[in-house]
Design a protein around this ligand. Structure first.
Ligand SMILES: C[S@@+](CC[C@H](N)C(=O)[O-])C[C@H]1O[C@@H](n2cnc3c(N)ncnc32)[C@H](O)[C@@H]1O
Length: 253
């Protein structure tokens, strides 16, 4: 099944919600992501009004966290099942069911913050390119694009899982993405990564680790920026490439 279709079946939205409520590691990652999203808002937007587009918003995890903290909030997704949960949860978000790679529902609009969580890793290469091209067209000139990669190949645990998975099931799918691939993805759309926030360091397969221990390890590891490449689920902050912006303004003059 292709990724566009993968979240459309009845019950997928409820399953996804339950997953985040019951899985300790996912809950831990989500708490770290919330902390980092707040840091990004403070650092990159300060007092500026934020106009948010949460791409592939699913059940509204990111938009739900942000909608009271931004001026306007819009969520877009192709799955009715996921959006049914989002509609129950979100109070101040315009929810649009569409595929922005094919439907021109947002044409002419600009957003200074575009988020895309848990999308690019699992999207097929062509969908990745089509989606990021569509998103950069919706990004305000001085806006930021924030996305994550929840199976970073630089993480020792993900590397181990990848090797085990390929040995056990060479035909199966276990998607991984490296930081270099994240960089190439955004560069292909005329953007650059300005900062990477590491998330999730200590995730030995099948060994339960307490929330407190994980938090302590993550906090220490995050102070050492060179460790970013080894975290499991890094978050990248991107903007239009500087020379592109300059070229664009030169050509307008
Ligand atoms: C794993 S969910 C992530 C949901 C949410 N961003 C989060 O982090 O909780 C991925 C979402 O991507 C959506 N999706 C897949 N292809 C899409 C497309 N072409 N346009 C918009 N959404 C798409 C799916 O329907 C699904 O809801």
């Amino acid at each position: 099944m292709n990724y566009r279709e993968s979240h459309k079946y009845a019950g997928k939205g409820a399953e996804y919600e339950a997953y985040y409520q019951t899985q300790a590691w996912e809950r831990f990652l989500w708490s770290r992501e919330q902390d980092i999203i707040l840091r990004i808002l403070k650092k990159y937007f300060g007092q500026t009004d934020v106009h948010l587009l949460d791409f592939a918003c699913g059940t509204g995890r990111i938009a739900g966290f942000l909608e009271n903290r931004v001026k306007t909030s819009t969520g877009v997704d192709v799955s009715g099942s996921m959006l049914a949960i989002a509609r129950e949860k979100l109070k101040q978000t315009e929810i649009i069911r569409a595929d922005i790679t094919t439907d021109e529902v947002l044409t002419g609009r600009k957003f200074n913050l575009i988020t895309a969580f848990r999308f690019f890793l699992n999207a097929e290469p062509q969908l990745r390119c089509e989606a990021i091209q569509a998103l950069v067209g919706l990004l305000a000139e001085d806006g930021y694009f924030v996305f994550n990669n929840h199976h970073n190949l630089g993480s020792p645990w993900i590397k181990l899982l990848d090797v085990c998975h390929r040995r056990r099931n060479p035909e199966g799918i276990f998607n991984v993405m490296s930081i270099d691939q994240m960089e190439k993805l955004v560069e292909g759309a005329g953007m650059e990564i300005v900062e990477i926030y590491p998330v999730g360091f200590f995730h030995p397969p099948k060994v339960p680790v307490s929330y407190r221990l994980n938090l302590a390890i993550d906090r220490v590891a995050c102070t050492l920026r060179f460790l970013s490449r080894f975290s499991e689920s890094p978050i990248a902050v991107c903007r239009r490439r500087k020379n592109q912006t300059r070229n664009a303004s030169v050509s307008r003059d």
